[in-house]
Write a protein that binds this ligand. Structure first.
Ligand code: NAD
Length: 443
């Protein structure tokens, strides 16, 4: 099949590379000329495990191409995927500017039947808006061309995106059209062999499914963080509690890790957008609003712990920070807890020496050169001359630590662990004060 994908970010690139890999002819288009030039030189602008090899192989096979040429892009694919960003607007709603711009482009250049596939995460009712924009463009051109718009939300996780795309639990498609159903079956056929993962439903249900999924996952995180904060005050250990509840199959172990709050490009904006939608339809979503409030509070926990450790005196301190990305195996720092911490530390007059296996370039891009930020080249370099260590991201490389050596390196014996990576006894045995999430009197 010939497939066009608008947007060559995390979702567009993974979708494009994976669909090319199963034999489709894919053309990826982006308005960022620099990004497309780099992709055409074989450089992959984001870090995602396995993506570089997949793009290289499929480019070499001639099944995957990149362009900025919208006219060529609209002419190319029967399926026109929209995978552009939908950031939060000022009021928390999803900003549909890029999605509707793509719709306008398609309407302006299409010359035959097209299926427009909304893969971006968009509020309920967006498919109708896309439809109206395309119809208006066609009207302006005095053309009556048939087209369909369907919703196909994406559930991949950064860091495991290729695996998720290829072996995800479901492929949701919102449409009422038999023609679309048949084209989407053909598109996803290679991923649909061991059981039927395609779930056809109404367009509005598909759109809401994506928000419901992310809101549910964010709820689990805020829930366990709430219980962790209680555990801290009640002298209980949240890690014991987590095991205690996770063993119940109705609850399960997934997504109940306490930590320093969720970040990333999806949960924060999608939770906000759902709350905004709820408000808009006259049903303020109490739970969703609480999930967001709990998360905002959780992101300030690490800074509070440092304040406690240093009796509020952080001016002139140097803090080693392990982990900048919002989670392991990505370089994405959008809404990362590390950012809330760094910004609070700078505000308090402290310096940060940070190490992340993949996100240093992104951090440089976000914050530029500044005197109070050093980006270390390797993990233990970040510790040199530091007063305390804080862990923000649970990269595998941070899990094994020689606590005696750590104690000897740090100027003050303070470890703040936003991911509960270590047995408290081991850290404390080395003479370090260990501040973790919800670990009661072990702290
Ligand atoms: P991204 O910011 O990484 O990439 C978006 C790309 O779209 C950028 O390269 C941008 O230049 C391009 N773009 C903007 N306007 C364009 C236009 N008019 N024509 C062509 N390209 C254009 O975003 P992302 O993380 O890939 O997310 C895309 C969508 O997928 C969002 O709605 C997001 O919520 C959703 N989503 C993301 C993830 C994830 O883990 N990142 C997972 C599931 C769903």
């Amino acid at each position: 099949m010939r497939i066009t994908i608008f947007g060559s970010g995390y979702v567009g690139l993974v979708t494009g590379a994976c669909l090319a890999d199963v034999g489709h002819d894919v053309l990826c288009v982006d308005v960022d000329a620099d990004k497309i030039a780099r992709l055409n030189e074989g450089e992959v602008p984001i870090y995602e495990p396995g993506l570089e090899a997949l793009i290289r192989q499929n480019r070499a096979a001639g099944r995957l191409r990149f362009t900025t040429d919208a006219v060529e892009a609209v002419a190319f694919g029967l399926l026109q995927f929209i995978a552009v960003g939908t950031p939060s607007d000022e009021d928390g709603s999803a900003d549909l500017r890029h999605v509707l711009k793509v719709a306008e482009t398609i309407g302006r250049h299409m010359t035959q039947y097209r299926i427009i596939v909304d893969k971006s995460t968009v509020p309920v009712g967006t498919a109708s808006k896309v439809e109206r924009v395309i119809a208006a463009e066609l009207d302006g051109r005095r053309l009556q061309l048939p087209f369909d718009v369907c919703s196909n939300p994406e559930f991949l996780k950064e860091g495991a995106a290729i695996e998720d795309f290829s072996r995800g639990s479901r492929i949701v498609v919102g449409t009422e059209s038999e023609r679309v159903r048949s084209a989407m079956r053909e598109c996803y056929g290679p991923y649909n062999r061991n059981r039927d993962k395609l779930m056809f439903m109404g367009v509005r249900s598909a759109e809401l499914t994506k928000y419901a999924a992310n809101a549910m996952l964010a709820t689990k995180i805020s829930f366990i963080n709430e219980i962790a904060n209680l555990a801290e005050r009640l002298g209980a250990d949240i890690e014991e509690v987590r095991h205690g509840i996770g063993s119940d199959p109705r609850i399960g172990y997934h997504f109940i890790y306490p930590g320093c709050g969720y970040g990333g490009s999806c949960f924060p904006k999608d939770v906000k957008a759902l709350a905004h939608t709820a408000e808009h339809v006259g049903h303020p979503a109490e739970m969703i609003a609480a999930v967001e409030r709990v998360n905002a509070r959780q992101k300030s926990r690490l800074f509070e712990m440092l304040c406690q450790a240093f009796h509020g005196q952080l001016t002139g301190r140097t803090i080693a920070l392990w982990g900048l990305a919002f989670k392991p195996n990505t370089d994405d720092m959008r809404e990362a807890p590390s950012r809330a911490l760094m910004e609070a530390l700078w505000e308090a007059g402290a310096r940060v020496q940070a190490f992340d296996p993949e996100a240093a370039d992104e951090c440089r891009r976000l914050y530029g050169e500044r005197d109070d930020l050093v980006l270390a080249g390797y993990r233990d370099e970040a510790l040199e001359g530091a007063d305390a260590l804080v862990i923000c991201t649970e990269w595998k490389a941070f899990r094994t630590v020689d606590f005696e050596a750590l104690r000897a390196t740090l100027r003050e014996p303070v470890v703040v662990d936003g991911r509960n990576l270590f047995p408290p006894e081991s850290v404390k045995a080395a003479g370090l004060a260990y501040y973790a999430i919800g670990r009661g009197d072990s702290v």
